[in-house]
Design a protein around this ligand. Structure first.
Ligand SMILES: [Fe+2]
Length: 159
């Protein structure tokens, strides 16, 4: 995955639509062989995270979520994004806000296998988890670049 290929796929996008952003990600056809040397190890988060490429309109991020790890529920501010699982199976959990603005309730869980894409809408609250036996690696593209992301507390019923 050299910078030239990222520049080719994403460099000319200006305020892309979700369809245009997905098309650019598909055109990149990333695979583990290319991404291997760049895979980030987790440091201060449950997952490793590395920005591969960014412009004022687009940000491309590589994520490495080891087995049994889970992110905190969060949104992506006003950005929308496509996330392509390149290795492993990702569990994507979608949350809704409760009456307490900091607290969220899990509403839906989906599984995203290697080679599958999923869309994250602006403002959508989600968390990612790896329930599998092998590491999850995903390549995520956002427009505009992520800013004002917010984290939430998952509400755990006591009964
Ligand atoms: Fe996210």
């Amino acid at each position: 995955m050299n910078l030239e290929r990222l520049e080719q796929a994403f460099g000319s996008l200006v305020s892309p639509t979700p369809a245009q952003l997905r098309h650019a990600l598909v055109s990149l056809s990333p695979c583990m062989e290319q991404l291997g040397p760049y895979i980030p190890e987790p440091l201060n988060l449950p997952y490793g995270r590395k920005v591969l490429f960014s412009t004022p309109h687009v940000e491309v991020v590589l994520i490495h979520l080891p087995t049994e790890q889970e992110s905190i529920p969060h949104n992506h501010g006003d950005s929308f994004g496509w996330e392509l699982v390149v290795s492993g199976t990702l569990t994507n959990m979608i949350y809704v806000q409760t009456n307490n603005e900091n607290e969220v309730l899990r509403a839906q869980t989906t599984h995203v296998s290697t080679g599958e894409y999923y869309f994250v809408e602006p403002g959508e609250i989600h968390a990612i988890r790896n329930n599998g036996q092998s590491p999850v690696v995903s390549i995520n593209v956002y427009s505009p670049p992520l800013r004002n992301c917010r984290q939430y507390c998952p509400f755990e019923p006591t009964t």
